[in-house]
Design a protein around this ligand. Structure first.
Ligand code: ZN
Ligand code: ZN
Ligand code: FE
Length: 756
């Protein structure tokens, strides 16, 4: 007997070939009815025998990637006559769930076409289909249809239109569908923006790169600066022009076999590199490999990625070797995305620009990921992942905007039971980044058709994000403590309602007492928290200067541990520091002038790393911390002692015994690898002990590890092993560092909005 079913589907179901797949499925099963897109997702009306409709529902739950079904609700409806199944055009209206997918890496079918001289898309840099291509970065509104993208000005040629209209075609309703006849075109410009007579712009750009030039290349979410990754002298020029001393550059290689030549890859790392999201994956460089040390000075960790647009495939095929592909910006400004802006901002860095005439609607930097504790962990969640929703355990009471922190900023909009983290904005302390922050928030609100009623921000009054939040009108503003937000972001990711014990280890975050927090154990319910342990603080002489000059932290640690009677003359890290500078730092600490106390676990890595590595300066934040982690010997070499002392009724992990142990080992000329291993083991033991002490009081509740210090795989692994009998969660889809904090702010603000 013929019955009817209305099937509501939510998830990543627009712009990924979902409707044509439903169409083909209906034809295969002999089901009549219709399917249409709307702002909340996809709705199907299906008519046929009940058993057939059941089979259809079962199949619908598992669509081919990259489509994903998050929620499927089926309800009976009266049957209708007719034998056809049709695709109905998108209907306007109905707010609140964003079904725009993230940008997708070129699929194997499209990659084959551009390499096939017989194909009409041979060598065409903007080839895409329903399984791949730009999405979020070209979307200007919802529903996600061609008129609401930056492909709107390109009128499809008859051949493309036929593909677009044919439900059996791979390009049926592929919104960015294009070909050399009708689609976007490349051009090669000189640094002043003057078009160069390059009939084959990709070939000409490749020739320049092979000659040792730097070429700015317009990609999916912005420009890259590209050059030959094996030419040390070119990379040195790039560093000088970009004002970037030592921070590693990302490298793009044509395929996995070529990646294996440069780095030692695990199976998990290879899978992550080849995933449709195509993040930059941090991996260990192969010793003595082809990648010059200049790509990533004084670290063995390099960021590799595989091509994710046809342009990348074509370019790498011409260049052959690995390319440096670094975000095109000066220092901490946002990634450059507009052609005119590129000439202004990149003209002094690049020798030429490879541009095109498809507009980037929203900038989106490359994402960065690393395998931590055997799982992919996003360290920067942006292109390829944004704006995929994070499903919340319970819907938010009112729409929330959370504006994130100051550094590595991302924002988050939560509506219903979905949270949308925005693209990586970067450090808000420059004007350009702040402008990007404002426009990206406006765009997200526009595509979600939402006006946030609750606005969440950091407790720090000086953050530009905080000031932006306060300037906006809302029903409720909620200030969220930094580490509370870190823990809440892990709770949101794992659907934990609390209470949980949160191990929040990072660089710094404003505490309600006006001091910098950074190594905190918190008992967290969504809307509130209690601090259960911290670290004995260390003075940062010179404030932020101490982050660039970790010897200052090292000196403070050593003086504290030895009561000022440390054998400084025999500690190598201080050998090159003038006595006058040492005296000055000591005076600052004694007089408490510009020497704020910090508890950031990152600072202990800096300071002890400086001692162990015999280094005094860092050219970017966290440089020594990463190096200190990488040097650690893998085997068990024991640990140093530590104390628990009271910090105004709060137990504090006191690392003075550790510092004395480190100094003793240095004087005994113990290898840095072993000192680092012992340092890690001590932090792990101290953390495990404090967590167990808290569990003894508060019961067996889940534990989450969060904060930028958990970019360190050894720390996360070690604590997990030490707490193997407990439920311990680490981050995966949401960054452990400040790039994930907005999600936690949103969750906390919602809880406050509910319960006051
Ligand atoms: Zn494709
Ligand atoms: Zn065409
Ligand atoms: Fe943080």
């Amino acid at each position: 007997m013929r019955t009817g079913l209305r099937i509501e589907i939510r998830g990543t179901v627009q712009g990924v070939g979902f409707r044509p797949w439903v169409y083909r499925l209906a034809h295969e099963l002999g089901v009549a009815g219709r399917v249409h897109n709307h702002a909340r997702g996809v709705t199907i009306a299906a008519f046929g025998p009940a058993a057939t409709l059941d089979r259809m529902v079962a199949r619908l739950r598992e669509p081919p990637l990259p489509a994903r079904v998050r929620e499927l609700v089926a309800a009976p409806i009266p049957t209708e006559p007719g034998e056809e199944f049709v695709i109905v055009h998108s209907a306007e209206g109905g707010p609140r769930t964003l079904s725009i997918p993230p940008d997708l890496a070129t699929c194997p079918d499209c990659a084959r076409e551009i390499a096939d001289p017989a194909d009409r898309r041979f060598g065409y840099a903007f080839t895409n289909c329903t399984s791949c291509g730009p999405r979020f970065t070209i979307a200007t509104g919802v529903p996600y249809d061609r008129p609401a993208t930056t492909m709107a000005p390109f009128v499809m040629c008859p051949a493309c239109q036929r593909e677009y209209d044919d439900p059996q075609d791979r390009r049926f309703h592929a919104q960015p569908n294009a070909c050399p006849v009708c689609g976007p075109q490349l051009a090669l410009w000189d640094r002043d923006g003057t078009p160069l007579d390059a009939r084959e712009p990709i070939h000409a750009a490749a020739e320049r790169i092979k000659r040792g030039e730097i070429v700015a290349i317009k990609g999916l979410g912005g420009f890259h600066l590209a050059c030959d990754a094996t030419r040390d002298e070119t990379i040195a020029v790039l560093r000088a022009r970009k004002h970037r001393d030592e921070k590693p550059f990302a490298v793009m290689v044509a395929d996995l076999p070529r990646a294996r030549v440069l780095a030692e890859l695990s199976a998990e790392e290879e899978a992550l590199l080849a995933s449709p999201e195509r993040p930059i994956v941090l991996v260990r460089r192969r010793v003595g490999g082809r990648l010059g040390a200049v790509v990533a000075p004084s670290t063995d960790l390099v960021g590799l990625m595989l091509p994710y647009t046809p342009l990348h495939h074509l370019l790498l095929a011409q260049v052959g070797g690995p390319l440096v592909m670094t975000s095109a910006n000066v220092s901490d400004e946002p990634i450059c995305a507009d052609n005119t802006e590129a000439v202004q901002r990149l003209g002094a860095i690049a020798d030429a620009l490879l541009v095109h005439d498809r507009v980037i609607a929203t900038r989106c930097d490359d994402s960065v990921a690393r395998i931590i504790a055997g799982q992919p962990t996003l360290l920067r969640r942006s292109r390829g992942y944004v704006p995929r929703a994070i499903a919340l355990k319970a819907p938010v009471a009112r729409p929330v905007l959370a504006v994130g922190a100051q550094l590595k900023n991302t924002f988050c909009v939560a509506v219903g039971d979905s949270a949308y983290l925005g693209p990586h904005i970067g450090d808000l302390d420059n004007l350009a980044a702040f402008g990007f922050f404002e426009t990206a928030i406006a765009r997200m609100e526009e595509v979600l058709r939402v006006t946030p009623e609750v606005i969440a921000h950091d407790l720090h009054p000086g953050y530009l994000s905080t000031q932006y939040a306060r300037d906006r009108s809302a029903v409720l503003h909620v200030a969220v403590q930094h580490h509370h937000a870190h823990v809440a972001s892990a709770m949101a990711e794992h659907g934990l309602v609390g209470p949980v014990l949160g191990v929040a280890y990072d660089g710094t975050g404003w505490g309600p007492d006006g001091t910098a927090w950074g190594g905190e154990l918190l008992l967290v319910h969504p809307g509130r928290y209690e601090r259960v342990a911290t670290f004995r603080p260390v003075a940062l002489a010179g404030g932020d200067l101490a982050i660039r000059e970790p010897w200052r932290v090292a000196l403070a640690l050593v003086d504290d541990a030895f009561d000022g009677a440390a054998p400084l003359a025999r500690i190598p890290a201080f050998a090159r520091i003038p006595a006058r500078s040492i005296e000055l730092v000591r005076q600052m600490i004694r007089a408490r002038i510009n020497a704020p106390l910090a508890r950031g676990v990152g600072r202990f890595f800096d300071g002890i790393g400086a001692l162990g590595l015999r280094r005094t300066h860092a050219s970017y934040e966290g440089q020594l911390a990463v190096a200190w982690n990488l040097v650690a010997a893998p085997d068990d070499h024991g640990a140093y002692p530590f104390d628990i002392t009271d910090e105004a009724t709060l137990p504090a992990i006191d690392l003075r015994p550790l510092v004395r142990g480190v100094v003793a080992d240095l004087l005994d000329e113990v290898a840095p690898a072993i000192i680092s291993a012992r340092f890690h083991a001590t932090l792990i033991r101290a953390t495990v002990e404090r967590v167990r002490a808290a569990i003894a009081i508060h019961g067996r509740i889940p534990v989450v590890l969060t904060g930028g210090a958990f970019h360190n795989p050894q720390l996360a692994d070690g604590i997990r092993r030490g707490l193997a009998d407990l439920e311990v969660h680490v981050h995966g889809d949401v960054p452990p560092g400040d790039g994930g904090i907005a999600l936690g702010q949103a969750l906390v603000a919602d809880a406050v909005a509910r319960h006051g």
